[in-house]
Ligand binder design. Structure first.
Ligand code: ATP
Ligand code: MG
Length: 334
């Protein structure tokens, strides 16, 4: 059997997964998981750039379990996934050190996401680790010699840095690293239940993949709709209305969605009916996840075992990678 190419992707362990994550990244991973040997990083070191109190770090273990169980429930196959805890693979930091001199400070400062953060007002508060974030991310991608990395537009410049570092390393010391390919994972951003910003757990405008049917219903019934529509017989606007954005994204009954839109525009349907049908649709969408979650929860210790074994596998891989990198550089200690 020829070895499958490798994919690296993952999340910071800062909480549970919500519908925004599903639309933005998880659905894509589910699609790609069998095509590649998939490594899923639980990026707790990256979390430290914004959350680094003892209290924040104390939540990593629980949040890591949420990440794994939520993504398994969503459809990631535990037989084909390697989950690992970034901080438990310290050799990644060694690779980070080896890569640090292959990229310049101005190059890092030009990355759009960092440029925004480093704008005058915030520059004084910007930690060194944030400037170095893309190098650590390059170390993550290259530590398992990943071939592909699925990213959206925001993260593409980081993967571009990874490619530059790989080429520079290979040029200086010999071919050790694949130059990672970017898989364009451009997807629409899911708006939050408040209709004001993207769905985001720190704002609280979320529907979690682990919400019960009653919780989903409650969150949907409280959703923002068309503010100009004071009564059911007033024609409403479908475009930009979060309730209809969700109908489009999650309601599998397309005829029902079209009928609701038509009646909404004509002022012939109330918000309550539109929301009731949306809650039912989202619950239909989440039901198979609930079934899988129940099945995985029955297998006690499964999630912990996946993280421990995945981390062990990854650590062995990374040790071999670091050995190869040091050897190529002549850093053999002799
Ligand atoms: P926080 O509030 O702590 O920032 P969050 O809920 O916004 O958390 P992140 O951890 O910032 O989630 O998101 C991680 C990744 O998940 C993003 O880079 C993006 O790919 C995807 N994602 C998150 N929210 C959405 C969304 N509303 N729509 C599409 N993709 C999303
Ligand atoms: Mg966010």
């Amino acid at each position: 059997m020829t070895e499958r190419r490798r994919m690296l992707t993952g999340d910071r362990p800062t909480g549970k997964l919500h519908l925004g994550h599903y639309v933005g990244s998880i659905s894509n991973r589910i699609r790609l998981q069998r095509e590649y040997d998939s490594f899923f990083i639980i990026a707790d070191l990256h979390m430290l750039t914004t959350k680094n109190t003892v209290e924040d770090i104390g939540k990593v273990a629980e949040n890591a379990r949420h990440l794994v169980l939520d993504s398994l429930s969503a459809g990631i196959d535990p037989e084909h996934a390697t989950y690992y805890l970034q901080s438990a693979v310290p050799e990644v930091c060694e690779l980070n050190t080896l890569f640090q001199n292959l990229v310049t400070v101005p190059r890092l400062e030009r990355i759009p996401s960092l440029k925004d953060m480093a704008r005058d007002a915030h520059k004084e508060e910007m930690p060194y680790g944030l400037l170095g974030y893309p190098i650590l991310q390059a170390a993550d991608i290259m530590c398992v010699r990943s071939h592909v990395c699925p990213v959206g537009k925001d993260n593409a410049p980081h993967v571009e840095i990874t490619r530059e570092i790989a080429r520079r390393f290979n040029h200086l010391y010999g071919e050790v690293f694949p130059v990672v390919e970017l898989i364009n994972a451009e997807v629409p951003t899911l708006v939050g239940t408040d209709g004001q910003a993207k769905m985001s757990k720190s704002i609280g405008n979320v529907i979690y993949l682990s919400d019960t049917p009653a919780e989903v219903r409650k969150r949907v019934m409280g959703m923002y709709t068309d503010p100009n529509r004071v009564r059911a017989d007033v024609p409403g606007t479908v475009e930009g209305n979060p309730v209809f954005a969700y109908h489009d994204a999650f309601n599998d009954n397309k005829a029902q969605v079209e009928d609701l839109k038509t009646r909404y525009r004509e002022g012939k349907v109330g918000d309550v009916e539109v929301k009731e049908k949306l809650a039912e649709a989202i619950n239909r969408f989440l039901d198979p996840m609930r079934e899988r979650r129940a099945k995985y929860e029955e297998q006690s210790g499964l999630v912990d075992q996946l993280i421990v074994e995945g981390t062990e596998r990854t650590r062995r891989e990374v040790q071999a990678t670091v050995f190869a990198a040091r050897k190529a550089m002549g850093l053999t200690g002799a």
